[in-house]
Design a binder for this molecule. Sequence first.
Ligand code: GLY
Ligand code: MN
Ligand code: MN
Length: 431
Amino acid sequence: MSQPHAARRRRLLTQIGDGVVLLPTAPEAVRNADCHYPYRADSHFLYLTGFAEPEAVLLLDGRSGKSILFCRERNPEMEIWEGFRHGPDGAREVFGFDEVYALSEMAARIPELLTDRSQLWWPLGHDEAFDRRVNTWLEAVRAQARSGARPPSHYGDLRVLLDEMRMVKDEDEIALLRRAGEISAAGHIQAMRAARPGMHEYQLEAELLHAFVGRGARYQAYESIVAAGANACTLHYVANDAWIRDGDLVLIDAGCELQGYAGDITRTFPANGRFSGPQRDVYEVVLAAELAGIDAVKPGAAWHAPGDAALRVLAQGMLDLGLLSGTLDGVIESGAYRRFYMHGVGHMIGLDVHDVGQRKLHGQWRSYQPGMCTTIEPGLYIRPADDVPAAFHNIGVRIEDDVLVTADGNEVYTAAAPKTIAEIEALMRGE
Ligand code: GLY
Ligand code: MN
Ligand code: MN
């Protein structure tokens, strides 16, 4: 079951010599009294283990090459209240660790494993409580100095190594991302089919959740945005409690989380099933920009290429619609376009919806490689103003897909959600 995780651990071990990696999972968060927020393991931890129980700590031993997990013991009484725990024996069998111990053994075993190693890697500075525990274990090694024990002399931020590994997805991750994309697309289709003027935005959120959870994706990758009419001009609108009126466009930005992997799709459609003339004009600009951005995603292309391509189409559209005046290069250089398009064209996606990874290295833009995944999500958001043609007031359109870089170009693995005007109107007519 956990071969991909074991393979990732082996790849990490090749980078640390005789050093040691320590990685805790995420802490639990109390909501109130006895209630916790739904537990979500740390993404780096999931990447290396697939193990989703709280409190666990992973140790990779560069000298022996072993993967060692510390986890909760089985506890029949607690399990009656909180559910199944693998316990050390179960975790070793199911997840393929070399050794698994109870949490209570960390204090004795970890200092021993940190003795006389050149390097120690952990998510340094990420969690003060864990930094203090690491220091306690190092103190225990220092306390043995008279008998010749030495603590590591080099400390590194483990996130630097893992962020880099996670930028390029392996086959198992790609399969999960594709499935998260398909389920997310099914949610958008269900919401478009259900949409009618007179509903509340949250009723469409319910359609998204129904489609996600019913397909085994229990969580949203982030709070869904269901924004009708002027609400679409608020980029992170999550109130989702307004009426949807006849003539409104509805912008939905939503994606499920499947086994930790995120989908992230935006579609914008008319509540009554028919785009008006001005809505159509704005929509066609954004769609052309999205297609230009997607077209620029390919191996070897610089990271900024899709953003540049999409921006030229959007800015030309702003000029053609009379939102801006001047020349294409002029409005790009001056930044005048930011009045109607004020965010980037996309972000990496994986275990985190805004996934880890550096887009620049040593000040230079990186280029795309096969296995990277990015969103492409241009938009136009037109707030009312005296100098803006009235027909476009309060129109907000964003179109977003998730794109895998392949050996010879890209694959839009969220394409099942319709996005041409003809496809959307046909779907909403029930065709
Ligand atoms: N839904 C968050 C984003 O599109 O980046
Ligand atoms: Mn999104
Ligand atoms: Mn996004």
